[in-house]
Design a protein around this ligand. Structure first.
Ligand SMILES: [Zn+2]
Length: 235
């Protein structure tokens, strides 16, 4: 049974490394996805701000057109008011309308200025967002390359470890023990064995009964921790 334990410990060492490489292989694409997702979100924000800016610009154009029309109307009224053919009452009426048109133009101009200010703020924001994205572009390329390199290296390492594992697992361990070990590996996050120190399982830190510790010391059988089921071995 000491041989089985010894072989299982060798297997455990390989599997610990396989577990690490596999978690790296599952982490790398997620990291890349998170990074790219962040980029897409920022592109989306820029598109949204640009749509807002276009709406503001359309509003500004509308106000400008209205003001132009009103100024034309003002000039027409002023010309008519200057004509010799009108009497005092009509002149007063023209002047009243001219004042009213001037007030409307002035208020439209104020509204237009307000919108121009808002548009400038958004333009600056968009320029900053774009500049930030562009300045980060080389980092993005480097990040992507780095993930690709790390993935290739991890895959090569995994293949190497799996070959080594295949050699070890066919190395005198009974199918029953292999099955026990493999199940534990899955349920115990890659740690199927645990050393026993002072009657305490180092996998789950629970004390085991003395008789089990004695059976482990005798070395004639596989002893599992009653609490976490890990295969116990002497430290
Ligand atoms: Zn345990």
């Amino acid at each position: 049974m000491q041989d089985t334990l010894h072989a299982l410990l060798g297997l455990q060492e390989i599997d610990r490394q396989i577990f690490q490489v596999e978690s790296e292989l599952s982490r790398l694409p997620k990291e890349l996805e998170a990074r790219m997702g962040g980029l897409a979100q920022r592109e989306h924000n820029i598109a949204e701000r640009t749509a807002e800016l276009n709406k503001l610009r359309a509003g500004i154009k509308e106000i400008e057109d209205m003001a132009t029309g009103l100024r034309q109307r003002q000039r027409k009224l002023e010309n008519e008011a200057a004509s010799q053919k009108i009497d005092a009452a009509m002149l007063a009426s023209y002047q009243h309308e001219i004042r009213s048109v001037k007030r409307t133009v002035s208020s439209a101009e104020d509204d237009g200025l307000e919108l121009v200010g808002q548009a400038e703020t958004i333009e600056n924001e968009i320029a900053e967002m774009r500049a930030a994205l562009e300045s980060e572009a080389p980092d993005q390329v480097a990040f992507r390359d780095n993930v690709a390199t790390e993935t290739t290296a991890a895959q090569a390492k995994l293949a190497e470890l799996q070959a080594e594992r295949a050699k070890l697992s066919s190395d005198g361990i009974s199918p029953e023990h292999i099955r026990m070990y493999t199940d534990l590996l899955a349920t115990r996050e890659g740690e199927a064995l645990a050393p026993l120190v002072d009657q305490v399982c180092q996998g789950c830190y629970v004390s085991i009964p003395k008789n089990l510790a004695v059976r482990l010391l005798r070395g004639n059988e596989i002893v599992q921790c009653p609490s976490c089921n890990r295969i116990l071995h002497r430290a």
